[in-house]
Design a protein around this ligand. Structure first.
Ligand code: ZN
Ligand code: ZN
Length: 1022
């Protein structure tokens, strides 16, 4: 006997029960250990940060991380999976700052770096319990007990080792470069971080500014210049003449030290009132000057070296002025009251927007900086690292974006503002704190990834991406356009950059491990216990090998993406332990999975570090998941309040339903709109259908005391049985190849299709075989077949819906076969018996389903109930072979659409004719005869009576197997129908006899009106 299964399954409750079972039987660990001799299968867990709650997108990734190793385990692979936690970086610092009410780096340093980092360390695992709980609840099987943690000393030591390897190869350098800088976080962002924070539709000022040409005598300047330039200075002597430039960042204007033009473009001098303006001819319209009087035309090259007056002479506003000296080295310049800047030519001047004259501020733009180096321009910082205006400039002390209006107002008061508007464009913000990023020149440590660009591309060619287009699209483009990795951070809670600098001679040393550090001459400052974080590591000093002065660590920590990208080696403390790691199968990973935003995050840092260190790929297969949006297609955010709480979904529908949704609702790479309703709908469509079949089987198998015979017991299968067994074996082939090809979505959808066929065709068409009272060979065949389907489904579903699969397996298999593995997750993945696959039979039944479905649609269109038999159906097919197939399945179609005959018709025959109702789809048409002869009307009546009696049996509370006496009372026509169809009615309703006249007591009675005839019915249990 199987455990009885109710008709309604409470999935969350069932799952809680299974969780206890797994725990008691230690199933996860045993499932891994049982395969110890198998080939290794390696999953790298991309470490989440446990200082925030897990969200629905984390569940999505975790479900995908789980399914493949589960499948591989069932296929005999040894697949230990180790959890990991990302513990460093800005997100942690931001949380602590918020909690402590600190708002700047100065606040943090006043609070004490040791105190601050101690709080960071505590906060890292604020939500650890919640993460562990959800990981367990959704059955993401991963070893949480031995999780790696990026802040552990061993982990940090390996990261140091990795940096030292790169240092020794000359791949680490310090550059004075313009980087995207977050003034609030006080740190540079790597380009992959910048990519995370673009915001569309950002409003900024759009201003046209006038730069005044010095009205000096031409004799003061270059005599060699062409006449046209002399003419320009002449203009400037007669009337104020300005170069017109355009910008959306007015705060950079005080930092202007040059204007750039396109040497080959045409420029014009136009007269506007009392002054002249110079701009590109192509930009007249955009600047609103199409009607202005053009008084001269010149080429861009004529403008070169033209001198203009600074908008703000730095010396008058208390800010320093430096100049590039042939390279990126900068030299401080003396005060100069007559300071002028000049026009340069570059190849990036656009004529599509602005004026064709580009304002250059070498301290605040990447191309500006490069132009500064190339042309030996002045370099003026007018903004501090917090983003506040320096000196006595307009808006000084204010944040740049707030100072924009002060600067514009000042220029306007001096007549230097030509026009101002607002613009909406895309601007980068800090992905962590939403502060607008500033492009800002400062010193930063870089990894020269561009030196291995070809290797990065070649190693990517060895990786299988799912979906495939990411490989040469999003990820490949990223590698093609590779820029060096700005990997230092001027922060506190992170892996310290292991670089020491001599106080005296300024030389650098990179340290690759603790022993190496302790062995340095003059090593001092060490305090127990070992802590490789700031400020303790800042206390460690040693002697300079060149001049013997003291060496101190530089203040920077590193990008936490470097930490997580080093996980393949750092979690094993390589090379200080596990020195065979690279050769023993633990590297590279067979499989990783995260969302598509990680192409520039974790996917990249893994790939870059493995390439830089070993010139090897880091992972062989990757499923790249699309982003999750809310039901309306909007990004989920706390601010919008549309974040889906995974626990609510799990508690309502169960983890299996959520897993099934994640795996099958959308192809993994697509963006998905998440809603609870979608989970509920899929659960109804699939899980409930499966449970209904399961419940049906258990209910009848228990009534008939069916005992599965196991292998070797032969039963005579009917065609219907052979068909579903054929489909089952084809399903095994398809699911196996789907999962093997990292396509769980297709594999899952195939299972869903099979379950639908099993329920809607096999079980429905087999019902009578289970209902009939005698236990014959045919009944046994039906039970054996359905049993085989269900037990195979358990195993196919185990990686997808591990709870329901286990529940069914325990009841159907463990209760019968004591020698079977005691969990479905310890079982082997099913192997198809391809000899049982009958393609012809499969196609025949597919045709029967198709014709039946069209026939039912035609009935419904004609408004004729299925219970009313009809004379015939005409069928138009696609080929002659199908005509043969139709003959083979005609009997099934007759039953399905309740007609007395089915006839194929040729292509030329018109089906849409009087007396017929036709429905067509995909090249098939079915027409049913709508005229009903009297004998069929009577038969329809008999069927109606049967249906009422069956409903009454249930209403009266009779058991499925109870025999009854049926009473009836009605007009003569009713009596005639009851007499004509006695056997049929008796058989269908388990009635021993049909009695004319309904007694008043001891009988369950109902009255009905059927096709206009009154009838009273009664049922009584025997
Ligand atoms: Zn920030
Ligand atoms: Zn030195």
């Amino acid at each position: 006997m199987f455990e009885p299964v109710g008709s309604k399954t409470n999935f969350p409750q069932l799952e809680e029960k299974i969780l206890v079972l797994w725990k008691n039987k230690n199933v996860f660990k045993r499932s891994v250990e049982a395969r110890r001799d198998g080939r290794r299968f390696v999953l790298y867990e991309g470490p989440p940060t446990a200082n925030g709650k897990p969200g629905i997108h984390h569940v999505l990734a975790r479900v995908f991380k789980d399914i493949i190793p589960r499948y591989k385990t069932m296929k005999g692979y040894y697949a230990p999976r180790i959890a990991g936690w990302d513990t460093h970086g800005l997100p942690v610092e931001l949380e602590v700052e918020k909690a402590l009410g600190l708002t700047s780096k100065k606040d943090i340093e006043d609070f004490g770096i040791d105190n601050f980092n101690a709080r960071c360390r505590e906060s890292v695992f604020s939500y650890l319990k919640e993460w562990e709980a959800i990981t367990e609840r959704i059955a993401f099987w991963v070893d949480l007990e031995h999780a790696y943690v990026t802040m552990d000393s061993d982990y940090i030591e390996t990261v140091w080792w990795a940096i030292k390897q790169m240092w020794d190869k000359g791949l680490v350098y310090q550059g004075y470069k313009v980087t995207p800088h977050c003034p609030r976080c006080g740190t540079s962002l790597s380009s992959h971080e910048v990519a995370l924070g673009y915001q569309d539709d950002t409003e900024d000022p759009s201003v046209y500014i006038k730069f005044k040409i010095m009205p000096s005598p031409i004799s003061d300047y270059d005599y060699d210049k062409p006449n046209k330039q002399k003419k320009l200075y002449e203009f400037a002597r007669v009337k104020p003449t300005y170069l017109l430039a355009w910008t959306t960042t007015p705060w950079t204007l005080p930092g202007n030290t040059a204007l750039a033009v396109d040497a080959d473009a045409e420029y014009v001098v136009v007269n506007v009132g009392d002054e002249n303006l110079i701009l590109a001819a192509a930009c007249l319209k955009a600047a609103g000057l199409s009607d202005a009087l053009v008084i001269a035309k010149v080429k861009g090259s004529d403008l070169l070296d033209l001198r203009y007056e600074p908008l703000f002479n730095p010396h008058e506003f208390g800010v320093g002025r430096r100049r590039f000296q042939g390279s990126s080295e900068l030299q401080l310049q003396k005060a100069d009251k007559k300071l002028t800047y000049h026009v340069i030519a570059t190849d990036f001047v656009s004529l599509d927007e602005g004026t064709g004259i580009v304002h250059m501020a070498p301290a605040y733009g990447e191309v500006d900086y490069e132009a500064g180096v190339e042309n030996g321009l002045d370099f003026v910082h007018t903004v501090d690292l917090q983003g506040n205006i320096l000196g006595t400039l307009p808006g000084h002390g204010k944040f740049v974006k707030d100072a924009d209006k002060d600067i514009i107002a000042d220029l306007e008061s001096r007549g230097l503002l030509f026009r101002q508007e607002k613009i909406r464009h895309t601007y980068p913000f800090c992905w962590r704190c939403d502060t607008p990023l500033l492009y800002y020149a400062k010193q930063t440590w870089y990894i020269r990834t561009t030196a291995v660009k070809n290797e990065l591309i070649a190693r990517n060619d060895e990786i299988n991406w799912y979906p495939e287009h990411i490989k040469h699209g999003r990820f490949g483009d990223w590698l093609q356009n590779n820029v060096d990795w700005a990997f230092s951070r001027e922060r506190y809670w992170g892996t310290p950059l292991p670089v020491w600098q001599c106080e005296s001679c300024g030389s650098y040393e990179c340290v690759g491990g603790i022993k190496e550090l302790e062995g340095k001459p003059g090593f001092s400052g060490f305090k127990e216990p070992l802590d490789l974080h700031r400020p303790f590591v800042d206390e460690l000093t040693f002697n300079c090998p060149k001049c013997e002065a003291k060496m101190r660590r530089v203040p920077e920590v590193i990008d936490c993406w470097f930490d997580s990208g080093a996980m393949p080696i750092a979690q094993h403390h390589y090379p200080y332990e596990n020195e065979t790691l690279l050769e023993d199968g633990r590297f590279p990973a067979d499989y990783i999975s995260e969302a598509v935003d990680q192409t520039r995050g974790w996917f990249y840092s893994l790939h870059a570090i493995a390439t830089l260190l070993f010139d090897r790929r880091c992972f062989s297969n990757v499923i790249c998941l699309g982003l999750i949006l809310d039901a309306k297609g909007e990004k989920m955010s706390k601010a919008k309040g549309n974040v889906v709480e995974p626990w609510a979904v799990i508690n309502n529908y169960g983890a299996d339903a959520l897993r099934w949704y994640c795996l099958t609702a959308t192809a993994p790479g697509n963006v998905r709109r998440f809603s609870e309703e979608a989970v509920a709908e899929l659960s109804r469509r699939f899980l409930s259908t499966l449970c209904n079949v399961y419940s049906f089987f258990v209910t009848y198998a228990n009534i008939d005391r069916f005992t599965p015979g196991g292998e070797g017991v032969s039963v005579e299968l009917s065609e219907l049985d052979r068909w579903i067994i054929s489909e089952l074996n084809q399903l095994i082939v398809d699911v196996d190849s789907g999962l093997d090809g990292y396509n769980p979505t297709e594999a899952g959808r195939r299972i869903e299709g099979f379950v639908a066929d099993l329920s809607n065709w096999y079980v429905r068409r087999s019902r009578r075989r289970f209902w009939k009272s005698e236990s014959d060979a045919d009944k046994l065949a039906a039970y054996s077949t359905l049993y085989e389907c269900l037990t195979t489904l358990c195993k196919l579903l185990a990686p997808f819906t591990p709870f329901l699969a286990e529940e069914m397996y325990q009841n159907l298999v463990c209760s019968v076969f004591t020698e079977a593995p005691d969990s479905v997750h310890l079982a082997d993945f099913p192997v198809a018996d391809e000899a049982k696959i009958d393609k012809q039979l499969g196609e025949d039944i597919r045709l029967a389903m198709k014709v039946s479905s069209l026939g039912r649609a035609a009935r419904s269109q004609a408004g004729i109930k299925v219970r009313q038999p009809l004379a015939k159906a005409l069928v138009k097919l696609q080929s002659g072979e199908e005509g043969e197939a139709l003959k083979r399945v005609a009997a099934q179609i007759l039953e399905e659409i309740n007609v007395k005959g089915v006839e194929p018709v040729g292509g030329g025959v018109e089906l849409d004719k009087p007396g017929y109702e036709v429905v067509s789809e995909g090249g098939y048409s079915v027409a049913i005869a709508t005229e009903i002869p009297p004998e069929l009307l009577a038969e329809g009546m008999a069927r109606e009576v049967v249906r009422r009696l069956q409903t009454m049996r249930r209403s009266a509370g009779f058991d499925i197997a109870d025999h009854i006496i049926t009473y009836y009372q009605g007009e003569a026509y009713i009596g005639q129908v009851m007499a004509d169809f006695t056997d049929y009615i008796k058989q269908e309703t388990l009635s021993r006899e049909l009695v004319d006249g309904v007694p008043e007591e001891g009988v369950f009675t109902e009255s009905h009106k059927l096709s206009g005839y009154d009838i009273a019915l009664g049922v009584k249990r025997l």
